[in-house]
Design a protein. Structure first.
Length: 397
């Protein structure tokens, strides 16, 4: 019998989990705090904040020595669901043991299947809300991604739009692309997992991780093509100049860019917010320049979120239009918690156009790490009646 978690139960006021009773004394730690010792292979927790991620370690002790460890990360049900972004309140549980990495997530209404990727490599498609990986190395880091889709007509978000209306509007704007695809929401949930060997080290033997005193966050939107055809066939601006590039954190051409820096090592941990909008250049049918203008950045707003000592973050809302023509704005939202201990939890949603790229850097001089990169499906996908893409990325370290 393996030393593994048997069951995890979430209720409004309770997190409960049990494990295989393989003998010995069991110790449970919650975020390094010792909360249980005994021979009964189960633990209940009623002391938590809703929707916050907690890390548990279950140690099996024989003759005074820790012989095995299970690491578990989970959260309680959110008191109030965010209908704009269902992933923000989604309960996800990650279990790391010597014999398995197990992922489970709260079932999403009307989602029929989930595609599972590990380090961007497709692993399998499951029809249940869980996945177990038994073929892994204890000395490698992993990034799991769970992707799924749902008809917009089944959405619980702020829209109450029929599929027929979506496909009608989309058909006028973009008669070539699939109308059915325009009425499908896309979800991506990403979990970054440290080397299992580190998570399975006994609490008393773990080296204290240095604090992350500086965080950097960058969100850019851009048009990958050199020339972009205007989906509004009635406009005299037939083309717009694109940014002519691929994904690149330092790409010098973009539609919009948001930079955020958090400094825990300065008084009051200041949050610095920079927003930049690139110029829009319109061309005629024969690609003669018809005008240039830069949209206002007033539609990009930030609200700081402080959750306690060493837990700060932000909420960004973004709505920037094209100053040269009547067209939908580039819409997105992001909420993030960037903890001083180096862990993070980010979630957001956006139009499925243009290209969206999100990066993060930890520590002074830290390298940029890609969080979320999505290619545009065409400017018609910026219409507010077209299904959005939702994403969430968090770490277990």
């Amino acid at each position: 019998m393996f030393f593994e978690i048997k069951n995890v139960v979430h209720q409004a006021d309770l997190i409960y989990f049990s494990w295989n009773d393989v003998g010995g004394i069991y110790h449970v730690y919650k975020d390094t705090e010792h909360v249980y010792e005994g021979t009964v292979p189960e633990f209940s927790d009623g002391d938590f904040k809703h929707a916050k991620l907690y890390n548990y370690a279950i140690e099996r002790v024989e003759n005074g020595e820790v012989v095995e460890v299970i690491a578990l990360q989970t959260s309680a049900f959110a008191e109030h669901k965010n209908k704009d972004n269902p992933l923000q309140s989604l309960v996800m549980t990650t279990i790391v043991a010597k014999t398995q990495i197990a992922l489970s997530w709260e079932e999403m209404t009307d989602v029929e299947e989930y595609d599972v990727f590990r380090n961007d490599i497709y692993m399998t498609t499951v029809t249940t809300n869980g996945y177990i990986d038994r073929d892994f190395s204890l000395d490698e880091t992993y990034r799991y991604t769970i992707r799924s889709k749902r008809p917009l007509s089944k959405s619980e978000d702020r829209f109450n739009i029929s599929k027929s209306m979506v496909t009608t509007v989309f058909g006028v704007l973009n008669p070539v692309s699939s109308k059915e695809a325009a009425a499908v929401e896309v979800f991506s949930v990403m979990k970054w997992i440290a080397k299992p060997q580190e998570l399975l080290t006994p609490i008393q033997d773990r080296l204290r991780r240095p604090n992350v005193e500086r965080w950097k966050f960058r969100y850019s939107t851009f048009l990958a093509d050199k020339w972009v055809k205007n989906p509004n066939i009635l406009s005299k601006n037939h083309y717009f100049q694109g940014d002519d590039r691929g994904f690149d954190v330092n790409g010098d051409s973009f539609r919009t860019r948001v930079d955020i820096e958090l400094a825990y090592d300065q008084a009051r941990a200041p949050l610095t917010f920079t927003k930049t909008v690139g110029p829009s250049i319109a061309y005629s049918r024969w690609k003669q320049c018809r005008g240039q203008a830069t949209a206002s950045h007033e539609g990009i707003r930030l609200k700081r979120l402080d959750h306690g000592s060493g837990e700060s973050g932000f909420h960004v809302t973004h709505a920037v239009g094209n100053p040269l023509t009547t067209a939908p704005a580039i819409d997105y939202e992001v909420q993030a918690v960037l903890r001083r201990d180096g862990t993070f939890d980010m979630t957001g949603y956006h139009d499925q156009a243009p290209h969206h790229e999100i990066y993060m850097a930890r520590g002074e001089g830290g390298n940029w790490l890609p969080i979320h990169q999505v290619e545009s499906k065409g400017l018609a996908w910026m219409s507010r009646v077209i299904a959005w893409q939702y994403w969430r990325c968090s770490s277990f370290e």
